[in-house]
Design a protein around this ligand. Sequence first.
Ligand code: F6P
Length: 343
Amino acid sequence: MKVAMLTGGGDCPGLNAVMRAVVRKGERTYGDQLVGFVDGWRGVLEAETLDVSVDTFRNTLPRGGTVLGSSRTNPLKVDGGLEICKRTMGDLGIDALIAIGGEDTLGVAHQLANAGVRVVGVPKTIDNDLSATELTFGFDTAVQIATEAIDRLHTTAESHNRVMVVEVMGRHAGHIAVWAGIAGGASYILIPEEPFDIDEVCAALTRRHELGNYASIVVVSEGAVPAEGSFQVARDEKDAFGHVRLGGIGNTLASEIESRTGFETRVTILGHVQRGGTPTSFDRVLATRFGIAAIDAVHQERWGEMVALQAGNIVPVPLADAVGTLKLVDPDLYDVARVFFAG
Ligand code: F6P
């Protein structure tokens, strides 16, 4: 078979590990010819491909990013975009496509599958907000990076009796904030799922100071929102999938905390550091398992399905289940974090 792969949306540690596994099993076990579309759906729309083989992915297991490049190009926003994608597949004689991406990339894959394209999905996002899979690769790496940063911030916060605001990624869901916040012993964690009341946050930090802890760490997801009437955060620029460009809530939050409590406050925005660099061993293994399952799914003709992690096993699920709604933070886990808020 001639099998194509693409990586779409924000990059993520482990993308190369997925493709390495697809190519290894595809070439060696099934005798497939493998090809990659460059820069996600842009490569499909413009029929730009890269021939790949086992050799292409040598030494890429520990390498972050994606050998194929990625973009947020959305074929659904292009006139006749789905038709163009179908035509490219036909013109290039591609028998099947493995789309590796998050909600947006897999949303397009789902529409293409409905239009008769032979496509299989692999779940990817450091945000871990994709439904139907317990975990996406890249998330563990991001949590690890954020936790290390919080560990480091504790000592400088304590030396200066400061509040440290740490902004992490998490557009719609606060998985990174909650996991890194619990692991790093945060004094408060703010997530998109729970609009926060700035007065409550400040009261809790003040209480903490009264108990004799003069340093605090506040972890905030970039997508966290103040409760209505609390204060305003400016957000306007949008990408091709209509998402507002986030980042910056940490700055606003820090100045609100400082002016309301009088505690000296500093902010660290981790940003793309969380997405770059080498994947953890956990993510390398998960990505490898996903890659092997994806090429197996192609040969089992499981079109319109995605490989997913459920109860420790890799299983196929309909793409429709993955892209319908986002997977949010489990309220029970947030309650665990809450016990430690500003104590
Ligand atoms: O891929 C998800 C994500 O990392 C979000 O957490 C973040 O809001 C967004 O990507 C950033 O996107 P970009 O790299 O396009 O600025």
